[in-house]
Design a protein around this ligand. Structure first.
Ligand SMILES: [Zn+2]
Length: 356
């Protein structure tokens, strides 16, 4: 994530603080409350619980072979960027529930400590002002469980619901059903915020939940459209390649002639780089005779025709590489591009429509 400061690497996963989170801490530091446990120390403990929640997801995902790119802490919560959603619904269920489970463990431990120290752990409406540090932290964790378990995307509860539905129904269908529940909830939030509480926060959450539902349906549709598809089924086979000595102007000419926007760079039958339209434009603005070798991206990610297309698209996104050359027996045989993949999905969907 941009604008993030790397704090360290814990359990083999990089941990970042977003700049807004650091500003938030500074704000708490500069405007300390008159009384009560809501201090910088408390905020740090509370967000440590948020971080542990995210590590709960990440470490459970690792059990099922799913990597986590990184974890970032924002003032609105944490984000664990998982490489993908586990294939089996039961695994997705466990990954989703692992975060709130961490908060449940913390809350139980704090409850035990309160009992040992003879502190009254019951909920008070002025919890943030009067209650004990430990009690407030315990209720913070309970609050996190309640909020995260709302059955709506992108909250954990939405994933739990989808995973439970996916054990019985097809994945895309289960997602659509879970998304409807989420949208109904978003509408209720918005209604309540507009006509009763007037809470801006609730309106923001409603918008967030509504968009989360749409995103999830789109992702699930793509996932089912690509299930079982190999790279060779959807790769571009009639394409142009360029050599390192070609100039920016000659590549621009190829783009104008209607060939691809992005090209593999081949030298001695070996793919040595790629050039994208963006880089061609950049090079042209310097000097139209700039050779490709000066502005190509070196060591691009390559793939094999028999690989599942979905995995390759994941790598494409992760590396921000708009085309992936397909290599068979050491020879360049095709290209995976975003555009071609979209066409493929479109045609496949049309072919599988009920009238066919
Ligand atoms: Zn979570």
């Amino acid at each position: 994530m941009k604008w993030s400061y790397r704090l360290g690497r814990f359990f083999g996963i990089d941990f970042y603080l977003h700049v807004t989170f650091i500003l938030f801490l500074a704000w708490v530091w500069w405007t300390p409350p008159q009384q009560g446990p809501l201090t910088l120390g408390f905020i740090l403990c509370a967000f440590t619980c948020v971080a542990l929640h995210e590590y709960g997801h990440a470490l459970m995902a690792r059990k099922f072979g799913v990597k986590t790119h990184d974890i970032t802490l924002l003032p609105i919560g944490g984000v664990a960027r998982l490489e993908r959603i586990p294939e089996r619904p039961f695994h997705e269920f466990l990954v989703a529930i692992a975060g709130p489970a961490v908060n449940a463990v913390i809350a139980v431990v704090l409850y035990g400590i309160c009992l040992l120290l003879r502190i009254n752990p019951s909920y008070e409406s002025d919890l943030l002002i009067k209650a004990d540090f430990m009690v407030t932290l315990m209720w913070w964790n309970v609050g996190m469980i309640a909020f995260n378990m709302l059955p709506a995307f992108p909250m954990d509860g939405g994933r739990v619901l989808r995973a439970l539905l996916a054990m019985k129904f097809e994945y895309a269908k289960a997602t659509r059903a879970a998304a409807i529940v989420g949208k109904v909830m978003a509408a209720l939030f918005a209604y309540f915020a507009l006509f009763h509480s007037g809470s801006l926060l609730l309106i923001i959450i409603a918008v967030f939940v509504w968009m989360g539902a749409s995103d999830e349906v789109a992702a699930a549709d793509q996932r089912s459209a690509l299930s079982g598809v190999r790279v060779r089924d959807a790769m571009l086979v009639d394409f142009r390649r360029v050599s390192p000595e070609d100039t920016a102007a000659s590549v621009a000419q190829l783009i104008l002639q209607g060939w691809q926007a992005d090209f593999p760079v081949v030298y001695n039958d070996e793919v040595v780089g790629i050039v994208t339209r963006q880089e061609v434009v950049g090079a042209l603005s310097q000097n139209h005779a700039t050779p490709v070798s000066h502005f190509m991206r070196q060591q691009p990610v390559l793939c094999d025709p028999s690989e599942p297309l979905r995995n390759v698209l994941g790598r494409m996104k992760e590396r921000n590489q708009p085309l992936i050359p397909v290599i068979k027996d050491g020879q360049l045989t095709g290209l995976v591009t975003q555009e071609n993949t979209l066409k493929f999905i479109l045609f496949r969907r049309a072919l599988s429509s009920p009238r066919n």
